[in-house]
Design a protein around this ligand. Sequence first.
Ligand code: AR6
Length: 184
Amino acid sequence: MQITVNNVVISVSEGDITAWQGEMIVNASNSGLYGGGGVDGAIHRAGGPRIAEECAVIRQKQGGILPGQAAVTTAGLLPFRGIIHTVGPIWKGGTAGETAILSQCYSSSLSLACSYGARSVAFPNISTGIFNFPKELACKTALDSVVTYVRERTSAELPLQRIEFICFEHDNAILYEAMLNDYI
Ligand code: AR6
């Protein structure tokens, strides 16, 4: 399933983001950039210790990153140009600005990808695992944020040609396919 917005192909697939083929992938990390479980664990395991070493440097320099922000490290042993680490909100019932923070995760990650001149980037379903963000709202927020970001930029500002949502869980893949269809 895919749509094209402003010459950027936005698509959905089901699988493991570490096996994706493209230039940069986004990680759903934590504010300290300490390798954890879920997709973060999978990326650190597959990419090896270089990623954690660079996370430690970011931590020393700037004390980690706030929810909604993003930072780039090497991809280590993984065949990407870099990993964009972002920190999603922990779901606290919806009254703590969680949706706006999740939206910022997508826009700050895309801004970093563009600043690196990336032509393709893949996102996991940020915050919908250990951080417990409701899946349907997370999907709508992810798609709205990415489509709005792409729509609002000129082609000179957008090296990106391809943005892919990688759903590890089948129910997320079904949700994304259905909601992406609504943007056609
Ligand atoms: N590829 C793609 N998506 C995956 C993979 C994978 N290999 N493995 C899991 N997912 P989570 P969060 C999906 O929990 O909720 C960590 O400990 C998963 O099914 O990874 O943002 C960090 O260090 C779910 O749909 O991230 C933080 O402390 C999605 O990735 C905390 O978890 C996000 O689930 C972040 O929690």
